[in-house]
Design a protein around this ligand. Structure first.
Ligand code: NAI
Ligand code: MG
Length: 325
């Protein structure tokens, strides 16, 4: 059976890291049909829109979407795509692949992916501007339930809710209450909750205390970049956007204009995102195989990009991993 994959490279290092992931995928005894689609800053310059309807259609009709990064149009591209595809959860694993360097950090951020301040409803007022933060009971309970199910499926014993309900009593208060309501269905799983500001510190002082974090859209975005900083940088953190009908897989990082075009971006985050895509497609054996090879290559530290201590280009590192498969 062949899988239809929509490929959206986007801007900056996006196309570079997506090409690298495809180099690795192409080594598998699995057939993929790729349909390339445009989105991002360059697309907006060329066509007048950052996310053409045709791209949305291609993404919706594919078995899965592999996405690189957008630049300044990220809100109009990736945030909108998550909404269009109704991928209500964004899974962001923070896992140290170099335990001797970063310890055994291993937690999952389960980020609500459809609402919060990221609905992008802002307006100008007489004396400034206002942004709307939307939190619904339905989405909050759905994401909490996903986090508890994920904990169950992966033998994790604790789920931590992160919010700011002391200040945002109504919106984040609802998120927190929804979490504890859903928790009643999972009595065997330990629960706790922290304010987001304290969490930002605990992630640094006590990262091993975390197993599964469930949080709102904005806090999930911020804490996942912090998580990247704990385990070697943004070149290492993949993500999966999952809904009832669609899956979109992308590195957590952006278009990295500071290193774009130099061929030095770390492809690990995107290769690991492709592994999350393989899991979603039911090809987990291949996902574990690629991960194993990738981890070995990173731990050897030779055939890797600059950020990992090597001198390999993005393409060379991907080709080396593909050969090792
Ligand atoms: P960024 O994630 O692009 O880069 C942050 C830092 O991490 C930079 O120093 C960069 O060189 C480094 N970095 C990122 N990926 C790397 C990789 N694979 N290998 C080695 N180093 C890597 O975030 P930044 O600089 O805040 O934003 C740049 C652009 O990306 C902006 O236009 C922003 O809007 C967009 N963006 C898009 C996202 C998306 O499409 N999902 C997510 C985040 C930002
Ligand atoms: Mg981000």
């Amino acid at each position: 059976m062949a899988y239809n994959i929509a490929v959206i490279g986007g801007d900056g290092i996006g196309p570079e890291v997506v090409d690298a992931a495809i180099t690795v995928l192409d080594k598998l005894p699995v057939e993929f049909n790729y349909t390339y689609a445009e989105a991002g800053d360059e697309c907006a310059e060329k066509t007048g829109v950052p996310l053409p309807d045709e791209t949305i259609e291609i993404a919706k009709n594919a078995d899965a979407v592999l996405f690189g990064a957008a630049g300044e149009t990220a809100a109009a591209v990736i945030v909108r795509l998550r909404q269009e595809l109704e991928t209500f959860v964004n899974l962001r694993p923070v896992k140290s692949l170099q335990p001797e360097k970063y310890g055994n950090i291993d937690f999952m951020i389960v980020r609500e992916n459809t609402e919060d301040l990221y609905i992008g409803e802002e307006e100008v007022t007489e004396d400034g501007a206002v942004a709307y933060k939307r939190i619904t009971k339905n989405a909050s309970e759905k994401i909490a339930d996903y986090a508890f199910k994920y904990a169950q499926d992966t033998n994790r014993s604790k789920v931590t809710a992160v919010h700011k309900a002391n200040v945002l009593k109504v919106t984040d208060g609802l998120f927190k209450d929804s979490f504890y309501k859903v928790a009643e269905n999972y009595p065997e799983i330990e629960t706790n909750d922290f304010y987001v500001d304290a969490t930002a510190m605990y992630l640094i002082t006590n990262p091993l205390d975390f197993e599964v974090i469930v949080t709102t859209n904005l806090y999930g975005d911020i804490l996942s970049d912090e998580g990247a900083g704990l385990v070697g940088g943004l070149g290492m953190i993949p993500s999966a956007n999952i809904g009832d009908e669609n899956g979109l897989f992308e590195p957590v990082h952006g278009s990295a204009p500071d290193i774009a075009g130099q061929g030095i971006a770390d492809p690990a985050a995107t290769i690991l995102s492709a592994c999350m895509m393989l899991d979603y497609l039911g090809e987990s054996e291949h996902a574990r195989h690629i991960e194993e090879v990738l981890i070995n290559v990173i731990q050897e530290g030779v055939h890797v990009t600059l950020d990992l201590g090597g001198e390999y280009s993005t393409k060379q590192m991907a080709e080396y991993i593909a050969e090792q498969l």
